[in-house]
Design a protein around this ligand. Structure first.
Ligand code: SF4
Length: 338
């Protein structure tokens, strides 16, 4: 990998689904990067393209109807989109390279096989170990993610475990394969509050102690504030703002990010009537306007917004902070703040 290169860099990625309704632009020119040992978050409402972006990176988008139409995915200096989804190279990336931890492990674990059978199968393929050694590494991985009595748990079926335990099994798979990047898709949605915190702490522990990098996909800005160093906010298939977590939480520039912050509880115990939901709903991805996709919901919209195409990402203050909004970088003659 070239010096100073990012561990994972996604440039101008585009993925669409071709349906009876027409082309659904789920990922529409998305760029982001991740460095070694870093925790980033991709935040947005459901259906904004944040999960499909990551499935595209791993070439796990179901095709048809999905298709990656363009862009680049560079991982450890390797350009991944040159490989077919079923190629040896992509299978290797999905093992020791990048692992995705899905929001509901019940759908990713096979209900008719024991946890041990599934875990050791993955380890055999990716670490090229014998069945016996893969089983042993499986036990070690369950232990590493804090599952008590791991040898006995290997013989359990997924339905014999709690939701939190199944989530840990998914994380153990990534640990056993020694994956460099973990992508946790809404890692805690299906879990109670205590288990949520435990799962997040476990993921962070892997970052701190084992030098992993972590991408948290979430709609929950609260989760971001505690765990991520940088954030990408997505809306209708595009990144609309990025910056450090502090920049986004204390000085959000894009009206959508401001709306997300206003619609989440600020302090424990704050009342529901302090929350201001974002009016309206996101545009249909099969029928996107040429203009800013947030136009119809935006309380700060200007005439210029309706007359111009979707704005480019522009720096909006301190280094690393940018937003795609016409309020920034407009010429003085428009009379709008730059
Ligand atoms: Fe609102 Fe205009 Fe900015 Fe879009 S470009 S978010 S409509 S102010």
């Amino acid at each position: 990998m070239a010096r100073n290169a990012h561990l994972l860099e996604v440039r101008n990625l585009r993925t669409s689904f071709f349906t009876e309704e027409g082309e659904v632009k789920a990922v529409n020119d998305v760029s982001y990067h991740l460095d070694e040992g870093e925790v980033i978050a991709i935040v947005g409402e459901s259906g904004c393209g944040k999960s499909i972006t990551q499935l595209s990176v791993m070439q796990l988008v179901q095709s048809p109807p999905g298709r990656i139409l363009g862009g680049e995915v560079i991982f450890s200096g390797q350009s991944l989109l040159q490989y077919k989804p079923t190629s040896r190279e992509m299978r290797a990336v999905r093992g020791a390279g990048i692992a995705m931890i899905f929001q509901e492990p019940m759908t990713s674990l096979n209900p008719v096989l024991t946890v041990g059978q599934q875990l050791s199968e993955v380890i055999m393929v990716h670490a090229r170990l014998s069945k016996k050694d893969a089983w042993k590494r499986g036990i070690a991985a369950l232990e590493a993610v804090g599952i008590p009595d791991p040898a006995a748990r290997m013989k359990n079926y997924p339905f014999e475990m709690s939701g939190g335990m199944r989530q840990r099994v998914m994380i153990a798979t990534a640990v056993a394969c020694n994956s460099k990047v973990l992508i946790a898709d809404e890692p805690t949605t299906a879990l109670d509050v205590t288990t949520q915190a435990q799962v997040m702490e476990l993921l962070l522990d892997l970052v701190r102690r084992h030098g992993k990098s972590l991408i948290i996909i979430t709609h929950n800005l609260g989760l971001v504030s505690r765990y991520a160093q940088r954030v990408y906010v997505m809306y209708a298939g595009k990144v609309v703002e990025t910056g450090t977590t502090e920049q986004l939480l204390t000085d959000p520039k894009h009206p959508y990010t401001q709306g997300l912050l206003n619609s989440m509880p600020k302090l424990e115990g704050s009342k529901d009537d302090d929350l201001v939901p974002i009016e309206g709903s996101p545009p249909r991805l099969s029928n996107l306007p040429d203009q800013c996709t947030f136009l119809k919901r935006c309380p700060a919209a200007q005439t210029r917004c309706a007359e111009s195409v979707f704005p480019d990402m522009r720096p909006v203050g301190s280094p690393g902070h940018s937003a795609a909004c016409h309020l920034f970088g407009m010429s003085a003659s428009t009379g709008v703040r730059g």
